[in-house]
Design a protein around this ligand. Structure first.
Ligand code: NAD
Ligand code: ZN
Length: 358
């Protein structure tokens, strides 16, 4: 008998332009007399007073800007948690930013109630206690981090998420206004994370009607905004925000594939960020995803996107080995892409040959 996954979903979501204005009311129900809310905000907004005015900070609350130069590290999560717990009762953690900040917020909320280092919990269902109330507010769309059951962290030995039933946000605020000013290249890289989630899920061996129903919708939305339309407008932001949500839902019940396996290797070895890493990799995967890669190249051209080249040049043999091992170790991703006998068709030599093209 198949052991079907029984996973939680985000229980509350508010959607709409300027819906962030209702955040104060939404979180007030969770405030206690002596507790505080913690707002973790992308450092991109540090000097943007217009943006910061939308955040309902009360006298006791804490506002912390999150430096996302690097993807979230377990040491950064631990450091923030350690400072916060010294300041008294935390009623909730609200993450406002891209996938990196959303993952930081989920991880910090969990680590307030679970002892030790977040690196002890990288894996599946290792979290023992429910975290404090946590809210996710994306300012960049595509990763699906707003809906997922994981908080991806880079630790001392691996890049792996805190995957647990306690990880999903208790509340999400989807306000398309918040993503309207993202620069074209960044918006594309993160949007393509969503596009690649769809292709990997829809062509994978783990596909089922549940995943397909979300994946097809997300793919259609991506194609609509990046191929059919010639100008970026409010409608594009709204569609991209929903594509990210559906793309995340699609992989919740299936899995990603080769682009993600190779992108994880790049990220671990070279620090390449997730969205751009996926794009760099996907550009060379025509053998595995012919239709998806053809369409991807069309979108890159239409939107005049810069994709870095030559990023794996000059690696030492030791670095090659580490990077290839990280990618090869992503077993479920290879299984999804190539089937249970994936080792017959994918070798470490082949992985190296693919990386050498990048
Ligand atoms: P990001 O959060 O790393 O942000 C990328 C850049 O965009 C940063 O410089 C940031 O400051 C900036 N930015 C954010 N909002 C902006 C705005 N409104 N205007 C202008 N700039 C803005 O990028 P991302 O692609 O959203 O997230 C990548 C991270 O998400 C990675 O750490 C990856 O591991 C993680 N991820 C998580 C999941 C999950 O399910 N939890 C899934 C996929 C990816
Ligand atoms: Zn992804």
């Amino acid at each position: 008998m198949t052991n079907y996954r029984n996973f939680p979903m985000v229980p509350r979501i508010i959607y709409g332009r300027e819906s962030i204005s209702q955040l104060d009311t939404i979180i007030s129900a969770k405030r206690t007399d002596d507790g505080k809310m913690v707002f973790l905000v992308d450092y991109f907004f540090e000097n943007n007073t217009e943006f910061l005015k939308q955040i309902p900070i009360k006298a006791n609350d804490i506002l912390e800007f999150i430096d996302v130069t690097h993807e979230p590290k377990t040491s950064y999560v631990d450091e923030i948690r350690d400072t916060l717990v010294k300041k008294g009762t935390i009623d909730g953690v609200i993450g406002i930013g891209g996938g990196s900040v959303l993952d930081m917020a989920k991880a910090v909320a969990l680590m307030i109630t679970n002892e030790g280092s977040s690196s002890d919990y990288q894996g599946w269902d290792l979290i023992k206690n429910a975290g404090v109330y946590h809210v996710g507010i994306p300012t960049l769309s595509g990763t699906g981090a707003e809906v997922s059951r994981t908080a991806v962290l880079t630790g001392p030995t691996k890049k792996l998420g805190l995957n647990s039933d306690f990880t999903p946000f208790d509340q999400v605020v989807l306000d398309p206004n918040l993503i309207k000013d993202v620069p074209v290249n960044q918006r594309f890289y993160t949007a393509m994370d969503c596009y690649i989630h769809c292709i990997e899920s829809l062509t994978g061996h783990f596909l089922n009607a549940f995943s397909r129903s979300y994946g097809e919708k997300a793919l259609e939305l991506c194609q609509d905004i990046y191929l059919k339309k010639d100008v970026w407008d409010n409608d594009s932001d709204e569609k991209l925000m929903m594509a990210s949500w559906h793309g995340g839902m699609s992989i919740a019940y299936s899995q990603v594939g080769i682009a993600h396996a190779l992108s994880y290797g790049l990220s671990f070895m070279l620090g390449t960020k997730h969205g751009i890493g996926n794009c760099i990799v996907f550009d060379h995967l025509e053998e595995y995803y012919p239709e998806g890669v053809r369409e991807f190249k069309e979108m890159v051209k239409k939107h005049a996107i810069d994709l870095p080249k030559g990023i794996t040049k000059g690696l030492t043999e030791e670095q090659w080995e580490t990077m290839i091992n990280v990618a090869y170790g992503m077993e479920p991703l290879w299984q999804n892409a190539l089937g249970p006998d994936w080792k017959n068709s994918m070798t470490k030599e082949k992985i190296r040959a693919l990386y050498e093209k990048m």
